[in-house]
Design a protein around this ligand. Structure first.
Ligand code: PDD
Length: 283
């Protein structure tokens, strides 16, 4: 891993217990993955990181420095593992301060963790509707990807081992998102997903899926979605960086089929990645 520009073994890495990321969850993060050992959608991840950091007034390190560390980390990992893709966790915290929550001008810390990517190719998972509701977006902007995640932890505590994801509703009862993924449903051949104004993270995989669906002339609706629409949907899938499109087999006890639109989108996603890889300088 890399801490503030220094390469170090994970077990040897030290971050102060006065780090505000540790004390207060005062930091931002991105989860990035590679395809053919190239970091996917790096610019979009940086854009989102910048958005999160600006909202929390955390100063980001130079993005070209982060880029070169990401490429070097991928090279180092490639020397250790051949076949697997790489999972990259990029964290920036406000730095160290005293125990007080009072905002001080600290010097931010950044950490990059590199791991073999494990969660690719999940099929037919089970999801649960969480009792945890999202905070109104006017109150806490859900597009801030912050490391403090008490709502997500409470939601995941409700899961049993065979359940993959906890789906949270918005404060006013609309379908929102999972703790680590966005959700899509298919109903009468239309692809439907909660709109950003519902109060969700603007997922990078979600964006790609919407783009490729429209390219395939699949009708896409981004809007407020009722919970009953999820229960009645023909197909349901989740999207997130490390596992791309994850078909859902069970919404609680209701069985769903892994239908043709999900399969088309999965195939098109592969195609999208192949095209991206065949560009000379994928970014
Ligand atoms: N999670 N919604 C939430 C609340 C998320 O935390 C994430 C990402 C997503 C999907 O976004 P993307 O397609 O950009 O990965 C949606 C990452 C994977 C994480 O928590 O590590």
């Amino acid at each position: 891993m890399n801490v503030n520009g220094q390469w170090i073994e994970t077990k040897q890495a030290n971050i102060s217990i006065l780090n505000r990321g540790f004390l207060f969850g005062d930091g931002v993060y991105e989860t990035i993955r590679t395809y053919a050992k190239k970091p996917f959608a790096l610019e979009k991840h940086f854009e989102r990181l910048k958005y999160s950091a600006e909202k929390l007034k955390i100063e980001l390190p130079d993005l070209s420095l982060l880029t070169s560390i990401i490429y070097e980390g991928i090279e180092r990992m490639t020397a250790l593992i051949e076949d697997e893709e790489i999972y990259i966790r990029l964290i920036v915290t406000r730095g160290t301060s005293e125990f007080s929550l009072r905002i001080v001008s600290a010097s931010p810390d950044f950490i990059l963790i590199f791991r073999p990517l494990k969660s690719s190719g999940k099929e037919g998972v089970k999801i649960k509707i969480s009792r945890i509701r999202k905070i109104p977006p006017e109150s806490i902007d859900p597009r801030i990807k912050a490391i403090g995640q008490v709502d997500k932890i409470l939601a995941r505590l409700e899961l049993s081992e065979d359940e993959y994801e906890a789906i949270m509703l918005s404060y006013n009862g609309y379908l929102a998102e999972g703790t680590m993924s966005n959700i899509f449903i298919v109903s009468n051949d239309r692809l439907i997903t909660p709109s950003l104004e519902t109060g969700i993270l603007s997922g990078i995989t979600r964006d790609v899926v919407i783009e490729i669906a429209r390219k395939k002339s699949i009708e896409v609706e981004e809007r407020f979605v009722e919970l009953s629409e999820l229960f009645n949907a023909d197909e349901v899938f989740l999207t997130h960086t490390s596992a791309e499109i994850v078909p859902v087999r069970y919404v609680e006890k209701i069985e769903k089929k892994i239908g043709s639109i999900t399969s088309i989108l999965k195939a098109e996603f592969r195609e999208y990645i192949n095209e991206w890889l065949s560009n000379k300088n994928p970014g």
